[in-house]
Design a protein. Structure first.
Length: 422
């Protein structure tokens, strides 16, 4: 039976968009590094009766009755999150990564206090204090950068100097467009010197950490991790905050999430997180995340063979940033558009010390979490990287683009979007 039968009968307009999106996801290759395909089990939980329920508060301490099943479900989800990340406490209620970060700031700081975070043009995130965000009006953000944009090495000495000068309350590690591992021990040492909390925004690499192929900041002594649950972790769209061991921090985080920031948690999404965390605890998930890294490496090899400049000089994780304007003479926007035409989705991206605009920058950002979920391996990653480069070189050649689009479609037909991971 058609899984959208009720929508089809009741609301043909929305039904048409669902069918269209399903086909788009099936027929194209998804290389946006922050996207993935969730299992059918996660989608069932997300679309379940838990969407009907108000559950302000936390398990055992709610403001509404009827919590016998929500309490059990949220507790299971919390316990799985703690196990995955080796955390003593977890809050699984944040509605997204931005909400998690804002709650974390209010839990650990007073208005006017300072955060030391990654420069936004060097891979930091909007919620790390972009001038256009509301949070930037409340807290003071200062920056560290890479020392060398062609190796990705962070300038830890400059970071220390900024910390000594500005005495931040939080030193924030993490990124949305950076492809190397961080030296978490150095962050912790500097934070100790200035009396700051250490927070890692691991939204992009949470799945890699959970599966053991990226370092866990808690092993170096970080206090808090914030994350989304829908990227490499392959869960539903949402956020989460993990606390390594400090009970006082955990209590402040809980209060900052509810009632500080949010009302009723989305219990259906929390159920989806629980199911996804269950999947991430299986041996199959470790194999999956290890393959993500092999696939990005395979793409790196092809881009380097074609002399395309890669920011950070390559990758240790699930994503790559390429300076296509500098190397191939095509802007990030042109590349995004032409690749979309052949069925490859990725995003234009500013590169470090960008000279162009955010809407038409020099770079593209792409990654392998979603294509790896489809079962594609190094051979397909290599093929895709070659198709990407040929497409960008042939951006005005319509006949060539039709041929490339057929190649992408053939690949997609051979690797259907799976419904089950365990
Ligand atoms: N929009 C996400 C990303 O693509 O990295 C982060 O918020």
């Amino acid at each position: 039976m058609n899984e959208y039968q009720f929508i089809k009968d009741q609301d043909p307009e929305i039904y048409a968009t669902l069918v269209g999106e399903e086909e788009r996801e099936r027929k194209g290759v998804e290389l946006i590094p922050s996207e993935n395909y969730v299992s059918k089990a996660v989608r069932e939980a997300n679309g379940s009766v838990f969407t009907n329920k108000y559950s302000e508060g936390y398990p055992g301490r709610r403001y509404y009755g009827g919590q016998e099943f929500t309490d059990i479900m949220e507790t299971i989800t919390i316990e799985r999150a703690k196990k995955l990340f080796n955390a003593k406490y977890a809050n699984v209620q944040p509605l997204g990564g931005a909400a998690a970060n804002v709650a974390m700031y209010f839990a650990l700081m007073e208005p006017g206090d300072t955060v030391l975070g990654m420069d936004l043009s060097h891979g930091g995130h909007l919620t790390h204090g972009h001038p256009t965000t509301a949070i930037n009006k409340v807290f003071n953000f200062v920056r560290y950068k890479m020392k060398d944009v062609d190796t990705g090495e962070i300038d830890y000495e400059a970071l220390r100097q900024v910390a000594l000068e500005h005495k931040p309350k939080i030193i924030l590690a993490g990124f949305s467009a950076y492809s190397r591992e961080l030296d978490y021990e150095k962050f912790v040492a500097i934070a100790k010197e200035v009396g700051a909390y250490t927070v890692a925004d691991m939204a992009h690499i949470a799945g890699l950490i959970a599966g053991g192929v990226a370092k866990n900041p808690f092993d170096a002594g970080f206090d808090v991790i914030t994350t989304t649950t829908h990227k490499t972790l392959r869960g539903p769209r949402g956020g989460m905050i993990l606390i390594r061991e400090n009970e006082d921090i955990a209590k402040r985080i809980n209060k900052a999430v509810f009632p500080g920031m949010q009302g009723g948690p989305h219990m259906n999404t929390i159920a989806g997180k629980g199911v996804a965390f269950g999947e991430a605890l299986t041996p199959a998930f470790k194999v999956y995340v290890a393959q993500i890294l092999k696939n990005t490496k395979a793409m790196e090899v092809v881009f380097k063979a074609h002399d395309v400049r890669l920011l950070c000089g390559g990758t240790d994780n699930h994503l790559l940033l390429a300076d296509v304007f500098g190397s191939l003479g095509i802007t990030g926007q042109e590349a995004e558009t032409v690749l979309d035409e052949v069925g490859i989705t990725l995003n234009k991206n500013m590169i470090a010390d960008e000279t162009r605009t955010a809407m038409d920058p020099s770079g593209i950002r792409f990654g392998t979490p979603a294509m790896t979920t489809r079962g594609m391996k190094e051979r397909e990653a290599t093929k895709l990287a070659e198709i990407m480069i040929t497409t960008m070189q042939a951006k005005d050649d319509s006949a060539k683009k039709v041929e490339l689009q057929r190649e992408v479609q053939t690949l997609c037909e051979a690797f259907p979007v799976p419904e089950k991971f365990v």
